[in-house]
Design a protein around this ligand. Structure first.
Ligand code: C5P
Length: 217
């Protein structure tokens, strides 16, 4: 059972994906964390984020390892646990530029496919291009949406009191960059089920997705 969950930032993808995977005994893969991890490495190694050729040349260097237990997912780069550092505003502001570089996408996509192929019980994979590009044969594809206001409110709550207005601006900017890039942009697959989470609680979204998975089993 392969479940692809895509959508913009702040729609509840991570919370939903983790809970659904835990409830159904599936593995969980946060592909955004992988793009954040490679971005963190680029920043730490002095790679100019405005230079796609430099990013492309370095794309193969860091070793990125994702732990796929939905109860305790992990992410490391060259053996260093980066779960905390990848969530900074700096990484959030730079990740779209790094993830738009085709060499970065090719590398991370290959990693994602091999993780999905080795997940014995199946996997919930969350991201932006999972249903369209990474796993086009997924058994179930979900595309989560929510109004920009709802997304900003949720994200600023997670960031413990960050200003809602600036969070909203940063999210809109990141989504625009992710949606307009040439290589596998953020997009809904034709065969994805769209779930608008604006008026739903997290528990309702989880229930909705669990029901959709069980219908496919
Ligand atoms: O999901 P999260 O907000 O952590 O993703 C961070 C960034 O990683 C996105 O804004 C996007 O630039 C990139 N990303 C991507 N493709 C994916 C997942 C994330 O380009 N499948």
């Amino acid at each position: 059972m392969i479940v692809a969950i895509d959508g913009p930032a702040g729609t509840g993808k991570s919370s939903t994906s983790k809970a659904v995977a835990a409830q159904l005994g599936l593995s969980y893969l946060d592909t955004g964390a992988q793009y954040r991890a490679i971005t963190w490495w680029m920043v730490n190694n002095g790679i100019d984020i405005d230079d796609p050729a430099a990013i492309a040349a370095a794309a193969g260097k860091p070793e990125i390892v994702s732990g796929t237990d939905p109860q305790a997912p992990t992410i490391s780069v060259d053996g260093v646990d980066v779960a905390g550092p990848i969530r900074t505003q700096e990484v959030s502001a730079k990740v779209s530029a790094v993830s738009a570089v085709p060499e970065v996408r090719a590398r991370i996509t290959e990693l994602q496919r091999s993780i999905a192929a080795s997940a014995a019980n199946g996997v919930v994979v969350e991201g932006r291009d999972i249903g369209t590009t990474v796993l086009p044969d997924a058994d179930l594809k979900i595309f989560l949406t929510a109004s920009p206001e709802a997304r900003a409110a949720r994200r600023s709550g997670e960031l413990k009191g960050a200003d809602v207005h600036s969070t909203r601006e940063a999210l809109i900017k990141r989504d625009a960059a992710d949606s307009s890039r040439k290589t596998s942009p953020l997009a809904k697959a034709d065969d994805a089920v769209e779930v608008d989470t604006t008026e739903l609680t997290l528990a309702q979204v989880i229930e909705c997705v669990v029901t959709l998975v069980e219908e496919k089993r």
